[in-house]
Design a protein. Sequence first.
Length: 128
Amino acid sequence: MLSKLFVAPFAALLMAGAANAGPLQTLTLAERQQTKDQLAAEVVEVQTRRSPMAIIATDALYGGIAGIAIGAGVALLSSDHDWGRDLAIGAGAGLLIGGIYGAIDAASNADRAPVGFGRSYSLASGKF
């Protein structure tokens, strides 16, 4: 009980010590004028695309998770006490449907050109 009485004054002492930590220092940065050439040298274009296998695997995984959830709902609604079979069928169907959806998604993204700033900089710099 006596230790509980010392907690509040000790916490106040710690807060007072943290408040008097030191003087405030400011940071100043020197600005330099930039030309168009310097800006073009600093702009970096990074294009990333997921591989088709990563798209198919991700969609199949999400389909399997959704299938397990649907299988769990079916197992809760049915009264036959065979919940393992319901979960397995749901997960299997979800994996198959997710894999098919992922294959269609990967095939539809295969012919798309990557989006970037490749041609837009020449328009902005006045070179038409």
